[in-house]
Design a protein around this ligand. Structure first.
Ligand code: ADP
Length: 601
């Protein structure tokens, strides 16, 4: 009848959370038992009290508890017992309630600490996952999990505490009831189990609904976040009605699932109260009809059973809640596990300086979401202090190749070596810090221009920031902004043009004075004047550092020391620009397309 398999599953999903605060559960159980003991003892003190009040209570109390109290209260006269027993009841109740309060306070601390640790751990793991994992999860979904699901997980923990305390009370009270009258206890517990069994059928449906509700909510947040990010695009294409419908559908899905969940959960408390009342009535009838009744024992028994009622209701409520919340806990523990499994392996060797170069040895890479390899058996060598350009049609795999160098992800087979050592052997932070990247996806923070540039080099001096901005051809437009370097740029830099954002991103990189500079279409949004200025700067900078660049406009790579031509994930040509032009391969074709006059020579 007591089938707790779903509850056990729910508790099992909570285990990773409980591991974050190992002392919590034993403490709650300890408190639960002592609380229940004090309440049980206080209630049993009613027996000697009733006994002392009236001789009509029947023959002397011979129950185990009755004998215990007669022994303890032997030296008091009946008149004294009438004072001592109520005081004892009060004292024990004071202990019980004091413990209950302490338990709430202590468990709340555990609870929030667990939630904080959980969030911090996930965030810290997110900072170190491979980029592919980040591509699969969108920010809205992640934020929803960190916010709502993490909160739900703490609710689940509180519910677990309620469950444990109720179970302890139930166990302790059962022992007290048995000591008072075992036949009545057996009958009552059997009836209780039947009521509880009935509630179980409800919990099954509640669990399903709990999972649906968690999914519906994630779906709604994901959809809403996507729509809010794309509001401008929606308006431009006149798709408001369509998007409104989709938004409402996702929102309605959440509402209806939660309404159904509330409806079912709302039925549980009244149903169990009613069942309990029926149980009490039954026991009362049994007592009245029994001849050998000792009134004080039965009154105490009924009183205990009555006090047990809220505990049983709390237990049932907690079971249902726990099962419903288990879905949220599962979402967050899965994220915890997934972020842990997707950590980039981190080596111990600190990266200091590039001496021999970067080598791709038979590197093959495939995205998890695509089946065909994007890079195929690639072998190439990038020399330190040189400017190396990667050229090829769109989708050839150039950005992926840069991603492997920056360790956004690791090859499926083959190795990327740095100075003769496999790249994963290096400490990730020191390696990434030595490189600076300007790519097509620029993210600027919602803060001042100065702070955005200094993000590249925390603590950079004002002079260094201006110098970097000048090198990136950004100084002039910055000084024309309302508060110059102290102008706050809007969320994602919306108040800046594409070219201005690109120049800020470049300044943010240059302020670091990086050993390795990675430019992935870094100047494609610039006018030709700014571009040629920046090209000149980069050429100057490139003399004593390693520059890797991807450029669509081939005019920007003319000064590269080495060019790799990538097509369909394979290396098809290599050489300097003049060499490649002479060989009249893919590079020469692309070059002629872009420079019809110069390509004729
Ligand atoms: P390029 O920089 O040369 O334009 P990319 O390296 O960006 O090329 O892309 C190479 C190929 O990998 C393309 O076919 C692209 O569709 C695919 N690709 C890029 N990113 C992903 C991803 N996250 N998941 C699956 N396929 C991807």
């Amino acid at each position: 009848m007591f089938n707790f398999s779903r509850e056990w599953q729910a508790v099992a999903t909570l285990r990773p959370l409980l591991r974050l605060a190992p002392g919590a559960m034993p403490l709650v159980i300890g408190f639960g038992v002592v609380t229940a003991l004090s309440e049980g003892l206080s209630l049993s003190l009613f027996m000697p009290l009733f006994q002392s009040l009236t001789e009509a209570a029947g023959p002397p109390d011979t129950t185990a508890l009755g004998r215990l109290w007669s022994l303890l209260l032997a030296r008091f006269s009946p008149a004294e017992v009438q004072l001592v027993a109520p005081l004892g009841i009060l004292a024990l109740l004071a202990v019980k309630n004091g413990l209950l309060y302490l338990n709430t306070v202590i468990f709340s601390r555990f609870n929030w600490r667990i939630s904080h640790r959980l969030r911090s751990q996930i965030f810290s793991q997110l900072l170190r996952v491979n980029s592919e994992f980040l591509m699969e999860y969108d920010a809205g979904r992640l934020m929803s999990i960190l916010d709502k699901e993490a909160w739900q997980a703490t609710q689940a923990l509180s519910t677990l505490a309620v469950l444990v305390i109720s179970l302890c009370t139930l166990a302790v009270f059962s022992v007290f009831l048995l000591l008072t009258s075992w036949p009545l206890t057996v009958v009552s517990l059997l009836l209780l189990a039947t009521v509880s069994g009935g509630i179980q059928t409800l919990t099954r449906r509640v669990k399903e609904l709990g999972q649906q509700a968690a999914q519906a909510n994630l779906g709604f947040v994901g959809k809403g976040f996507e729509q809010l990010s794309g509001l401008e695009t929606i308006r431009q294409f006149g798709r408001q009605d369509d998007e409104q419908r989709q938004f409402e559908r996702a929102s309605l899905q959440v509402c209806t699932t939660f309404m159904e969940l509330d409806r079912l959960m709302g039925a549980i408390a009244p149903l169990s109260e009613l069942a309990f009342a029926a149980l009490l009535t039954g026991v009362l009838v049994m007592v009245v009809r029994s001849d050998a009744a000792n009134l004080s024992v039965f009154l105490t028994f009924l009183f205990m059973l009555y006090r047990l009622s809220p505990q049983v209701r709390a237990l049932d409520g907690a079971r249902v809640n726990l099962v419903a919340l288990a879905a949220s806990v599962q979402v967050i523990t899965e994220l915890l596990e997934a972020t842990r499994q997707n950590q980039m392996p981190n080596g111990h060797r600190p990266f200091v300086a590039l001496r021999q170069g970067i080598r791709f040895q038979d590197v093959t890479f495939r995205y998890r979401q695509g089946n065909a390899p994007v890079l195929k058996n690639l072998c190439l060598e990038i020399l330190p202090g040189q400017t190396t350009a990667f050229v090829g049609p769109s989708g050839a795999g150039k950005s992926t190749l840069m991603g492997l160098i920056l360790r956004r992800f690791d090859p499926v087979s083959g190795t990327v070596e740095v100075d003769g050592q496999p790249l994963p052997g290096y400490d990730l932070d020191t390696w990434r810090r030595s490189a600076a990247v300007v790519s097509q996806n620029i993210y600027l923070f919602n803060t001042t221009v100065r702070e955005n540039i200094a993000y590249g080099q925390p603590g950079a001096s004002a002079a260094a920031i201006v110098e970097a901005a000048k090198m990136a051809a950004a100084h002039e437009f910055i000084t024309r902004l309302p508060q110059g370097y102290d102008t706050v740029i809007g969320e994602r830099g919306v108040r800046l043009s594409g070219g201005q954002r690109q120049r800020l991103a470049l300044a943010r990189c240059l302020v670091r004075d990086p050993q390795i500079l990675v430019l992935d279409e870094a100047t494609n949004a610039l006018d030709s004047l700014s571009e040629s200025f920046i090209q000149a700067t980069l050429t100057r900078l490139g003399r004593d550092r390693t520059v890797l660049m991807i450029a669509h406009r081939l005019s920007t790579i003319e000064r590269a020391d080495q060019v790799f031509v990538i097509d369909g994930g394979r290396l098809v040509e290599r050489g300097t620009v003049p060499e490649l032009l002479q060989s009249s391969g893919l590079f020469a074709q692309l070059y002629r397309l872009q420079n019809p006059t110069r390509g004729q020579q």
